[in-house]
Design a protein around this ligand. Structure first.
Ligand SMILES: [Zn+2]
Length: 238
């Protein structure tokens, strides 16, 4: 009998600026669409906001109420950060000393993290997914989601002096190497005891991939059970 595998879907809300196309003004609607699609299948999402998304939500009370409703219905708020020197575009926040002299510098890593946590002060943000220097890691983040394969056993590692549980993921939308629904079915069938199935997508890829993403959710529901909050998976609770 195959092992029972638990799964999570982490959604990266990218820090792009116009005309990049991944910025919150352009993509909030796609995030809302993705959440509705997940809720139709009782899947919970780990929604990783980058600082510009936090700043955007802070400007609009209705967006904060929407976030609060999503969290109340079982999703989770997480933190996404592109550090100084990141290939996909820095978000402007860093603890790297050289960053402060850069014209795009907006503040310390703590300032960037605070833009996200301030959207919902009552909701703890425990999951981080970031690039860049380890010194940007916040001690409030106890779970690290990162690339490296769809199946992993949550493993302790140290980031910036903080002990965190690290879990890996693979994309289900966007790149040519994104997992297909059939791949996900195979992963569920081959997972070993203790392994977690980690899936990631970027909000700006939802529109072009929504049928495939929806089919991946069907595979999860039928084979592994609906996706769960990553912190819930790591807590090992039922
Ligand atoms: Zn990103």
């Amino acid at each position: 009998m195959p092992a029972s595998v638990r799964s999570f879907i982490i959604v990266h809300c990218e820090p792009g600026l116009p005309p990049d196309g991944s910025h919150p003004e352009a993509q909030w609607g796609n995030l809302a669409h993705l959440v509705s699609m997940a809720e139709a299948q009782r899947c919970n999402l780990t929604i990783a906001l980058s600082p510009p998304w936090g700043r955007f939500a802070l400007q609009w009370p209705n967006l904060r109420s929407t976030l609060a409703r999503w969290i109340a219905s079982g999703h989770e708020l997480a933190y996404h950060h592109h550090g100084y020197g990141s290939p996909p575009g820095w978000d402007g926040f860093s603890n790297v000393p050289a960053a402060a002299a850069h014209p795009e510098y907006r503040g310390t890593a703590e300032d960037g993290f605070a833009l996200v946590t301030a959207t919902l002060p009552a909701a703890p943000v425990r999951v981080g997914a970031m690039t860049g220097a380890a010194s940007d890691w916040s001690e409030d983040l106890t779970i690290r989601a990162k690339g490296g394969g769809a199946l992993s056993v949550p493993t302790l590692e140290t980031v910036n002096g903080c002990e965190v549980l690290a879990v890996t993921y693979e994309p289900i939308a966007g790149s040519g190497s994104a997992l297909t629904p059939a791949d996900v079915r195979d992963l569920i069938a081959t997972a070993r005891d203790g392994e977690v199935l980690g899936l990631v997508l970027h909000v700006e890829h939802v529109r072009a991939s929504w049928r495939s993403v929806q089919a991946v959710m069907y595979e999860l529901v039928g084979g592994a059970g609906p996706s769960e909050r990553l912190s819930e998976v790591c807590d090992g609770g039922g």
